[in-house]
Design a binder for this molecule. Sequence first.
Ligand code: CA
Length: 230
Amino acid sequence: MADVLIVEDDRIISELIRRTLSMTGHEGLTAYTGREALSVLDKEKVDLILMDIGLPDMDGFSLMKRCLEDYAEIPVICVTEKDEIPDRIRGLKGGAEDYIVKPFAMEELLARIQVVLRRFHKEQLVYRIRDLEIDLAGGVVKRSGLPVELTNREYMLFKTLLLNKNIALSRERLLELAWGRSRWYMGGSCITIPGRKKGRRQCVSFGKQICTVPISLCMLLFTHHLPDAG
Ligand code: CA
């Protein structure tokens, strides 16, 4: 997965992002000032920069300009305050690949990071979970080397859980992220499509790797840390 430099002076937000990245297999490097960010970039391998525009020691746009000049291969996602539309436009015109507005949902942040990593060919494409292999490039899921038959919707749902592993997603959020709202029913470790085919309920079981969180019957959690791609 990716090494993400989090440039954020709010330590609580920074830590929240770092933990979320860690839970989903990314590595979060932190910098609380512009100077610290430049120091990290000088010493560490970084795949993507998540940059808060409001920094204590340096204008975020100046920092972004410098990053893009010296580290052109590293994409930047800028983080702006709510309703600061000029900042978003300025960020994108200044070379940011994307922006995200505070406050944001972690699923949205992960989705944006995923898209930018894909654009820069830094995305992890093959995941392995025990005997399962998921090839995101080919859209193929295999178990013990044999293809698992999934519908497009089942695949999108599985992919969404995979990319948000260890994060509890509400039923509504899951439906939104996977493909837009629909009339699916999800429960326990099964994903079912009532009435998709007369007399048949398609059930894709992943055992305890997908589970319902007790806070709400509608919450799902992908519980297992995944090994690195091999
Ligand atoms: Ca700030």
